[in-house]
Design a protein around this ligand. Structure first.
Ligand code: SAH
Length: 478
């Protein structure tokens, strides 16, 4: 709604990129003063200058338009089934995790902050309004230590210097703090001094190093080394307790996560009799949430450390009806199905409910087909990108599933990102007719002798299977 003066930076055939030069007439939805003075330049918040209520509408519209445009769903259906977005009462200081890049400014001073939008230049800012207060104290402690002991900050262009990022995690319920320094090296000199200083901060539970010597914009390195305390912190969502390691995915907004998982549970409509798959399960967060109401839950996750956490989490919570598999969901699930068939004399593996919560790129198409083959009655899709969600829903709708419920959840206030939960059910017939047929001789009865012959004519043609092709090739060409 703003009227602005803008400079076009790049013009494409159907759209262009422009840079805001001046706001001529501000929109009615523009806030007078954003909470963070860096809101415009920082790449973290894209819409902090928009009133929160309007942000929610913006996100809801985004989900709706994607479902219509990419998902091919009729507009009326979408309007009918979409439930109101779940917003936050206090949309600040909600993040339990922050990753601050460390660098050097023009005067050679160590800085921590955030990347400017679409760049890798650091805007110094240790007081992010989305994060918790203690972040600032931790960063100050790290920067002072680096200055004092002459420890260098990483430089991306030259691929030199030591400290790349500082990862901070905070348990909202337990108040436990984790600090992990990502370094371009094997160790940090005087690490014991730093550890001791950090340990003086109330709640400090875990101080680690993550070794990342690659020339990459992936933040974390694969190796974690303990500097002080333990390698994980603990936190709660609802009445489930989770152990979280530096490399494991954990939802960043605990207040909204509880609402999100509550919805996933509601949409799953469990009675206690179901076999449930939780694909892309991370540290088993959703799996454990569902396990109390299902017969058996299987989780699949690609990051080995997360799977270890998931298994520990099941044990810590005394939940016995879950099993976790490490690997790609699109490989683990069909493999499980194959093995099941072998072990059960050709009987197909069946799933009652499948929950998927993939990263932004969405689900592998082959995986969606496997879910269909497993005959899931319901699919609960938790998505962090409405575009790939809509694409995947189109595939499932083409396979006889119907989108029954959709609800957006604002996990990331002040950013353009939005989480969505969708419930799909396998379509039931629109209506049913009952026909009574009596077989045998006599009036009004259908003679049996013709039945077999007619049935033969209607029998579907045999389909060529991979197994048959293999046998044919084997027989013909050895
Ligand atoms: N459901 C979890 C995690 C969701 S994030 C939660 O709510 O906390 C997505 C997860 O998918 C991440 O943990 C990521 O490591 C994992 N992942 C990414 N690609 C995958 C794949 N192909 N197969 C299985 N897991 C994958």
């Amino acid at each position: 709604g703003d009227v602005v003066e803008a400079k076009i930076m790049k013009a494409k055939k159907n759209y262009a990129y422009a840079k805001l030069v001046k706001i001529v007439t501000p929109s009615a939805y523009r806030v007078d003063k954003p909470a963070c003075p860096m809101a415009r330049s920082c790449g973290g918040c894209q819409i902090q200058e928009m009133e929160y209520g309007r942000q929610l509408k913006f996100k809801e519209d985004k989900v709706r338009e994607n479902l219509i445009r990419i998902g091919g769903m009729p507009k009326e259906t979408v309007s009918e089934i979409m439930e109101p977005i779940v917003g936050m009462e206090e949309p600040f200081a909600y993040r339990n995790k922050a990753q601050f890049p460390i660098g050097t400014d023009k005067d050679g001073k160590i800085v921590a902050g955030f990347y400017a939008g679409r760049t890798h230049s650091i805007i110094p800012n240790t007081r992010c309004v989305l994060g918790v207060d203690v972040n600032e104290r931790i960063l100050r402690c790290v920067i002072d230590f680096m200055e004092e002991y002459g420890i260098s900050a990483y430089c991306e262009e030259e691929h030199c210097g030591l400290v790349r990022h500082v990862l901070i995690r905070y348990g909202f319920r337990t108040k436990e703090i984790m600090v992990c320094l990502v370094i371009n090296g094997a160790e940090i000199s005087h690490g014991d001094v730093l550890a001791k200083r950090l340990a003086g901060i109330e709640g400090m539970t875990s101080v680690t190093l993550s070794v990342n010597r690659e020339r990459t914009n992936v933040i974390m390195g694969k190796e974690i080394r303990l500097l002080w305390g333990q390698t994980y912190i603990t936190d709660w969502i609802g009445d489930v307790k989770y152990q979280i390691s530096p490399l494991s995915f954990f939802q960043v907004n605990p207040v909204q996560t509880e609402k999100l998982y509550g919805l996933a549970l509601e949409y799953a409509q469990l009675t206690g009799e179901e076999t449930v798959w939780d694909l892309y399960c991370g540290i088993g967060t959703i799996s454990l949430f569902l396990a109390r109401r299902a017969k058996q839950v299987y989780g699949v996750e690609i990051v080995p450390e997360a799977v270890v956490d998931a298994r520990v989490n099941a044990k810590v919570n005394g939940i016995g009806n879950v099993e976790f598999f490490e690997g790609k969901a699109e490989e683990v699930l069909p493999e499980f199905g194959r093995r099941f068939e072998e072990e059960h004399g050709g009987r197909k593996c069946h799933a009652d409910v499948v929950v998927v919560d993939p990263p932004r790129k969405g689900c592998d198409e082959g995986l969606l087909r496997t879910i269909v083959e497993m005959g899931a009655k319901r699919v609960v899709y938790v998505s962090c990108d409405p575009a790939t969600l809509a694409r995947d829903l189109k595939v499932l709708r083409g396979e006889g599933y119907e989108v029954e419920r959709v609800r957006a959840v604002d996990q990331f206030p002040h950013t353009v990102h939005v989480e969505t939960v969708v419930m799909l059910s396998h379509k039931k017939p629109d209506s049913v007719i009952n026909v009574k047929v009596e077989f045998g001789e006599g009036e009004g009865k259908v003679p049996l002798d013709n039945i077999a012959k007619r049935a033969e004519a209607y029998k579907p043609k045999e389909r060529v299977t991979y197994k048959m092709i293999k046998e044919y090739i084997e027989a013909k060409y050895g």
